[in-house]
Design a protein around this ligand. Structure first.
Ligand code: MIC
Ligand code: SF4
Length: 643
């Protein structure tokens, strides 16, 4: 039996376990990336591991999320990351140099390598034929220290593309189509390989839009072959030597195959408040638009922005619309400026923001009350934009530009002829925005700068055999990490200050949760299906741990979040009978006993002392995960000398 692309990379990096779907495997990690909102915790963890230098082939620390500096906090974080990176052998991508995934794709990604990043959209690198995965910051720290990264061996899905995209339809529409087919849960436990003759028509940045949004399917990652298109891109980036061809074997076996005919696709939009709530743009023409945002790690490449500039050229943004453009990297912005496309964008009345995540993570540009925002981003979860009652639609750069001009959600085909854009044979290479680390000798004297915003990382407590605690919060299905630990300009500055951050935990669902959890001392949370979907932010586990949460009982969990809970010593338990969810009420007093035996058997019993009922719970754990939980978290476990 032949291998899929992902299986080949896994086989070449396997350090423990068997490649049987569902079984835990350990992988050697070649490259890591961090961003600033999760990076501070990752480097605090690395420091605690007492390793003098990172042991990966390449590690890069990006500053791209917390770039609004409304007080000292974000700037303090940047300084800490810059100095810690210099000391430990990590490259440092300065604020303004661009969004981690876009810059990594342009300058560092290599076919056949493994990459983990403390950001859920790290799978963007799959566009180059890398096995690129999002992880919690603590897991990234372990990988930087030379330890393996553990996942459950995924199932393999294949999406076969045939045909060619019609004019005005682009890679984002392919992402939205697969979300329509599979939903935000459909990729869980799977790696999605893209193939078929249709992929030859897609450039690397277009492929990157697709692998980026594979995260929204809940997939472990997404991957394209490394082919002539990949070689071309790397050559244009001045690094053809990084190319190695990579393809699946003709007799590779897939658990599921999905066919998409590109020529049958049309411009689409994901409606509020979920990326899988997909409709055709032409059905939404009655929706008046207040704001349009082009950018984010999904759609901010040179190709996307040249396209937007060509559509805007000679036209003006509707007076009722505010349009923002955030280029994905300095390379993109420099090239837009050099070829004159930036002038077309400015002439249209657009507001050009810096090369960073910006509005995507609520860092400025929040919509007006009840406002409609059309965004080329990847997530439209409630409240994420910073305006609680905003209605956010996700769409391609083409739909976004057309909507900005017309003032309502528009099918861009109504604009007439599709403007041609020409991608350059060579990109402008200027790596001056990436600072190199100190050499090992000099590194010894580098002082890590810690401003008052850098607070020590709270540690978990070793697990006890019984948890008796109230059910402090009961939530529904598809709870995102944006519900658990909201982001945005007001909250993100406290990512390195957990006591302060804890005041915002779950406040999107229930403003009183932080006080109630603190008062209870210990507590248990109950959730529905796909609990913890979305971001890789470990703060969605770390902060509940700090507030005393000892177990989360849910119908099912999203992959990265379940791993983060374990890393912070919180039990992720699932209902054996999903219907039992309805029989528990917020405020009930619960007991889970016989925990040590349960860790071994995978079976647990929950008693609701308020009603007297008992419920069967499950938690399949690997021997390594059991040890982590017994120790009270990954840091304590790693300090014991295990990785
Ligand atoms: C996001 O898109 O939600 C983020 C912000 O990039 C997160 C990381 C974070 O919360 O810092 C992600 O996707 O992992
Ligand atoms: Fe940044 Fe948005 Fe991408 Fe997250 S999804 S990395 S916030 S641009």
């Amino acid at each position: 039996m032949g291998y899929t692309i992902a299986q080949k990379i896994i086989k070449a990096h396997l350090v423990s376990g068997e490649m049987t779907p569902g079984a835990e495997i350990g992988l050697r990690i070649d490259q890591t990336l961090t961003q600033d909102a999760t990076g501070t915790m990752a480097y605090l963890a690395l420091e605690a591991m007492d390793v003098p230098r990172v042991r990966t082939e390449l590690s890069v620390a990006y500053i791209d999320h917390n770039t609004l500096q409304c007080g000292f906090e974000n700037a303090d974080d940047h300084r800490f990351i810059q100095t810690v990176a210099r000391k430990y052998g990590v490259r440092f991508s300065r604020p303004g140099n661009g969004i981690c995934h876009q810059v990594h794709l342009e300058r560092f990604g290599k076919p056949g390598k493994t990459l983990i990043g403390s950001d859920s959209h790290t799978p963007t690198g799959g566009a180059l034929g890398m096995l690129a995965m999002g992880a919690g910051g603590m897991d990234v720290a372990v990988a930087m220290a030379g330890g393996a990264y553990y996942i459950n061996m995924p199932r393999m899905f294949k999406v076969n593309l045939t045909g060619k995209l019609p004019p005005w339809v682009s890679a984002k529409d392919i992402s939205l189509e697969i979300l329509r087919i599979l939903s935000v849960r459909g990729g869980r436990g799977a790696i999605i390989e893209w193939g078929g003759e249709g992929i030859q028509t897609l450039s690397v940045p277009e492929r990157a839009t697709i692998t980026n949004m594979g995260t929204e399917l809940g997939a472990t990652t997404s991957i394209f072959p490394a082919d002539e298109v990949t070689r071309e891109f790397l050559r244009a980036q001045g690094r053809e030597e990084d190319f190695t061809p990579l393809a699946s074997d003709p007799d590779a076996v897939y658990d599921r195959v999905i066919d998409i005919d590109l020529s049958a696709l049309e411009p689409l939009c994901a409606c509020p408040h979920s990326p899988d709530n997909v409709k055709a743009a032409r059905e939404l023409e009655d929706v008046r638009v207040d704001q349009v945002c082009v950018g984010s790690c999904t759609n901010s490449s040179l190709r996307d922005l040249l396209r937007v500039a060509a559509i805007l050229k000679g036209r003006t943004v509707a007076p009722t619309v505010s349009l923002s453009i955030s280029p994905g990297s300095r390379q993109v912005l420099q090239m837009l400026s050099a070829c004159g496309a930036l002038a077309d964008i400015l002439a249209s009345g657009a507001r050009v923001l810096e090369c960073a995540c910006g509005p995507c993570i609520g860092m400025g540009f929040s919509p007006n009350s009840g406002g409609v925002s059309v965004r080329t981003f990847n997530r439209n979860f409630e409240g994420r934009s910073g305006t609680r009652d905003a209605q956010v639609y996700l769409a391609s750069p083409e739909v976004a530009a057309a909507s900005a001009i017309l003032g309502h959600i528009a099918d861009p085909r109504t604009l007439g002829e599709y403007p041609e854009v020409q991608l350059p044979d060579r990109f402008t290479i200027d790596d001056s925005g990436v600072l190199l680390p100190a050499d090992p000798e000099e590194a010894k004297s580098v002082e890590v700068v810690r401003g008052p915003n850098i607070r020590p990382m709270p540690l978990g407590e070793p697990l006890k055999d019984e948890i008796s605690a109230p059910l402090t919060l009961k939530v529904g299905d598809n709870i995102t990490t944006d519900h658990i630990m909201p982001a945005g300009a007001k909250i993100l500055p406290y990512r390195s200050n957990v006591p302060k951050l804890s005041e915002f935990c779950f406040t999107v669902c229930d403003e009183t949760f932080p006080q109630r959890a603190k008062a209870a001392g210990r507590s248990i949370i109950v959730g529905g299906a796909n609990y913890g979907q979305g971001s890789s932010r470990e703060h969605a586990a770390l902060v509940p741990m700090y507030l005393g949460v000892r177990a989360v009982v849910a119908k099912s969990f999203a992959r990265i979040h379940a791993a983060n809970l374990i890393n912070y010593g919180i039990l992720p338990l699932t209902f054996v009978n999903a219907g039992d969810y309805d029989r528990l009420a917020q405020g009930d007093n619960l007991t889970i006993s016989g925990i040590f035996a349960g860790l071994e058997s995978g079976k647990f019993t929950l008693t609701d002392k308020t009603t007297g009922e008992t419920f069967a719970l499950a938690c399949e754990l690997s021997p390594r995960q059991r040890e982590i939980l017994r120790n009270g978290g990954l840091l304590a476990y790693t300090k014991e000398g295990k990785q």
